[in-house]
Design a protein around this ligand. Structure first.
Ligand code: ADP
Length: 512
């Protein structure tokens, strides 16, 4: 073969900045400086579309976490950050959003390469949403207000005395944040935006599968004016770097996004110093299509609900309940959508679905497909690995699903939907929709606005989408009921995760 023929097709070639970024061993960010891990160890980062190594990162451990927490503590207690006005802080947060947009193409490439998601999606979803989160949070920096309170202390208890009482909202302190690999940049933004708006300091541990975009963001944060020690980033594995962060006695709060299984470990680790905990965990979200739904909207919507990001969304609409009158049409329609999805490497601009993120995920998802088959579920489209290179799985629609099957009950975190018919909209259906340990999200498709709101009120889920799905906005709180988590991300609600409320009460003589 000629040299030319062996060269990668031009559309998959990386831009200069990304090539340079991944060519260099990526280090840990502590106190504004980049350094190797204390152990000197590194780990490999893979391209999930080929399984090839694309970068090397410092493999952080307990010693690095200790150093990072110390830097975060110092930056919280003293130094420019602690003295900065809310307005100055807000401007820095807004600048981070601006810089993300200026580097949109670079971030989109990093996400496509590292996570495997289609670059066409990263360009219009992950990267602009991350920028928007910072822009939204920037405004909150100046609006963290307390209340003045009218006390009712009886004069018999405090004669001739009046009180002036008020609350202050104060930053919680040093925060530890552990994030997953499904939206590497966006999850970093969801976590870091409110930390900076509230004046906290942080140690962030990105997922070992996808550390690159968070590290690039760390560089831009300093360009935006974030002082040293305010944002520290320690790359490494969950047990080596995540666990000591969750257990650290000088961390005031831990925020985690990931599996429910690891969420439970985080809670245990946090118990040592009773640090505050918020968790954004798994889901097995019900998506309900009623017989009066506009199927031209509901069918592609139900397909997107499960296949977006290859089903690697904690809120994926993975249990599709369809009225029996339209069941065949919907299932055939979603299967048709699945058939049309073009699989390929994330960097290929024509790719609509990339690979799963890792061999572990490939094994997990194909394991579920196998278990579904054994238990009698039938894939009407997909149902297996795609090709033998990279971690691709075919978009899959399962029918003949029974409620006791693993594919119905457990989170698959892949492009696999279980379709289930229902006879009528009644309490039984809603009980079935709610019959899961999770409660992150749900979808309803109907033309009847009364039914839509009545169902939305009865679904035990943190988000209910009506005639849409996977709509995210910085202003809309996101989080779970039941074992899908504690607390909310985004919206003004997320600020509560990073603020303490202090009540101040002053007594003064009530006489002249
Ligand atoms: P998934 O199963 O989807 O890969 P995980 O919940 O395992 O998701 O991982 C999410 C994040 O949690 C990652 O950053 C990972 O390194 C981290 N993590 C995994 N195990 C632990 C642990 N025992 N303690 C703290 N963090 C962990």
């Amino acid at each position: 073969m000629s040299e030319l023929a062996e060269a990668p097709p031009p559309k998959l070639r990386l831009s200069k900045p990304v090539q340079q970024f991944i060519a260099k061993k990526r280090q840990i960010l502590i106190d504004g400086k980049w350094s190797d891990a204390a152990s000197g160890k590194t780990f490999e980062v893979y391209d999930p579309s080929s399984g090839e190594v694309i970068a090397h990162c410092a493999r952080g451990g307990k010693e690095d976490i200790d150093r990072a927490v110390k830097a975060a503590r110092k930056a919280f207690e003293s130094g420019p950050w602690s003295k900065m006005s809310p307005s100055q802080r807000g401007r820095i947060v807004a600048k981070i959003g601006d810089l993300i947009l200026e580097h949109l193409e670079e971030f989109a490439e990093l996400e496509a390469l590292d996570n495997g998601k289609p670059i066409s999606v990263a360009r219009v979803a992950d990267v602009p949403l991350a920028a928007d989160l910072f822009h939204y949070m920037a405004g909150w920096a100046t609006k963290l207000e307390g209340d003045t309170l009218n006390l009712s202390v009886p004069s018999t208890l405090a004669p001739n005395t009046a009180f002036h009482a008020y609350t202050r909202r104060e930053p919680i302190g040093v925060v530890g944040q552990i994030i997953p690999w499904n939206f590497p940049l966006l999850m970093a933004a969801w976590k870091l935006g409110p930390v900076l708006a509230t004046g906290c300091t942080v140690v962030l541990k990105p997922a070992e599968e996808t550390p690159l975009s968070a590290l690039r963001l760390g560089e831009l944060m300093h360009e935006a004016g974030v002082p040293p020690g305010v944002v520290n980033i320690v790359t490494g594995f969950g047990e080596e770097a995540g666990a000591p962060l969750a257990a650290h006695p000088d961390v005031d709060k831990i925020a985690f996004t990931g599996s429910t299984e690891v969420g439970k470990l985080i809670v245990q680790a946090a118990a040592g110093n009773l640090k505050k905990v918020t968790l954004e965990l798994g889901g097995k979200s019900p998506n309900l299509i009623l017989d009066d739904a506009d199927l031209d909207v509901a069918i592609p919507g139900a397909a997107m609900a499960i296949f977006f990001n290859h089903g690697q969304c904690c809120c994926a609409g993975s249990r599709l309940f369809v009225h029996e009158k339209v069941y065949d049409q919907v299932v055939a329609g979603v299967a048709e959508q699945a058939r049309k999805i073009k699989l390929g490497p994330g960097l290929d601009p024509s790719t609509e679905m990339g690979p799963l993120v890792s061999t572990t995920q490939l094994e997990r998802v194909t394991g579920f497909l196998e278990s579904g088959r054994r238990q009698g579920a039938k894939p009407i489209v997909g149902g297996k690995r795609h090709g033998d290179k990279g971690y691709f799985v075919e978009p899959t629609v399962l029918v003949d699903v029974k409620t006791e099957m693993k594919v119905y009950q457990e989170e698959i975190f892949g492009p696999v939907v279980a379709a289930v018919p229902f006879k009528q909209l009644d309490e039984r259906l809603l009980t079935q929709a709610n019959d899961t340990i999770y409660g992150l999200a749900a979808g309803v498709w109907t033309r009847d606005v009364n039914k839509a709101h009545a169902i939305a009120a009865k679904l035990r889920a943190g988000t209910v989408w009506i005639n849409c799905y996977n709509v995210f906005d910085a202003s809309m709180p996101f989080g779970g009921y039941k074992q899908s988590g504690w607390g909310r991300e985004m919206g003004h609600q997320v600020l509560n995760n990073y603020l303490e409320t202090k009540a101040v009460c002053l007594a003064y003589p009530d006489q002249f």
